[in-house]
Design a protein around this ligand. Sequence first.
Ligand SMILES: Nc1ncnc2c1ncn2[C@@H]1O[C@H](COP(=O)(O)OP(=O)(O)OP(=O)(O)O)[C@@H](O)[C@H]1O
Ligand SMILES: [Mg+2]
Length: 356
Amino acid sequence: MLMDLVEKVDKVSGMSTYPTTVDREPLSANGANGANGNGPIALEQSLVAPRPLASVSTLEPREYTEHHDDADSAIPPVRTIVLDRAPRPVAPPAQRESIRLASAAGPKRLELDSVSVSYGHKQAVKSVSLPIHQGEVLALIGPSGCGKTTLLRTLNRLTELVPSSARGGRILLDGDDVDDLPDTRLRARVSMVFQQPNPFPMSIFDNVAFALREQSRKRPGRRALEPQVIDALKRAALYDEVADDLGRPALRLSGGQQQRLCIARAIALRPEVLLLDEPCSALDPISTGVIEDLIHELRRDLAIVMVTHNLAQARRVADKVAFMYMGDLVEYGTTQQVFEEPRATRTRDYVQGAFG
Ligand SMILES: Nc1ncnc2c1ncn2[C@@H]1O[C@H](COP(=O)(O)OP(=O)(O)OP(=O)(O)O)[C@@H](O)[C@H]1O
Ligand SMILES: [Mg+2]
């Protein structure tokens, strides 16, 4: 039910169908927008005009409004910036990489055995077989249209919601055929986070509690759910930033915080596998760094499969890489092997940027 709702939100518009314009001013004349259309106002501001924000140093919630009446000016129109906490410094990528430890592959969680998917006559995924281990991040890479998202969504049977789709082969979750599991149960064990942050139009607390209530026969009250909600927010590296007001509307969070809330919602039920479809593509570099660190932490407890177009990100975050091309799995191996000693010419051309 939760996944169906999330899926509908994602499918209808490619982003949240809920109003995401809370507190947003009209776009600037040049059409510049936040990174994802619902990103933090401060980010929009920094993208469209590097105004002197350095003077803002308080931790007290304050509002800054700038007015520019000159229609010919290159400066965008009125912007309101609300800062309620100090920015959190993030280590530069090179430093983060150096503190990352090599993966310790745990038990096999998912096993794909000759998985094929077609939409009508079009075959989108062709006989893919690979294992997915706890303790590892598997990055699916490859040019647009090669079947990454289709393969990802097939792992928790979201693809079957497309009427023209058909699947062959077997997918085993901890040895059980996913076809034998009720879809809600499967999607609690193999949960998904989409490209665009899509929190529900409710409080931070209720976003996470929603997932927990969905899986519970009784409707547990707030007090009963609080420990699990807080635990999920902590594991998603969001709690410290929102602890003072969990009743705050989720849509008022920044884009990066919204995505971490979606991750908290997805991991609240302690899934064995987390599926991420380009989770950072709508985010700014700082939010991306925070989420990459989070992914790195989370992989200890679960298996993570992440689709990314960003090869540098795959190198930073993934332990294993699967390169797909026109529905085929061309190469699967450790990140180092795929990037530094690719076996297939096509893989080498792709990772060296010869085509994209
Ligand atoms: N709902 C659908 N109905 C019909 N065809 C689809 C559907 N979704 C995807 N396809 C087709 O399946 C193929 C694989 O698409 P998919 O979205 O899995 O690729 P992708 O690798 O994720 O691409 P991108 O990097 O652009 O997101 C494409 O040819 C696409 O047109
Ligand atoms: Mg895709």
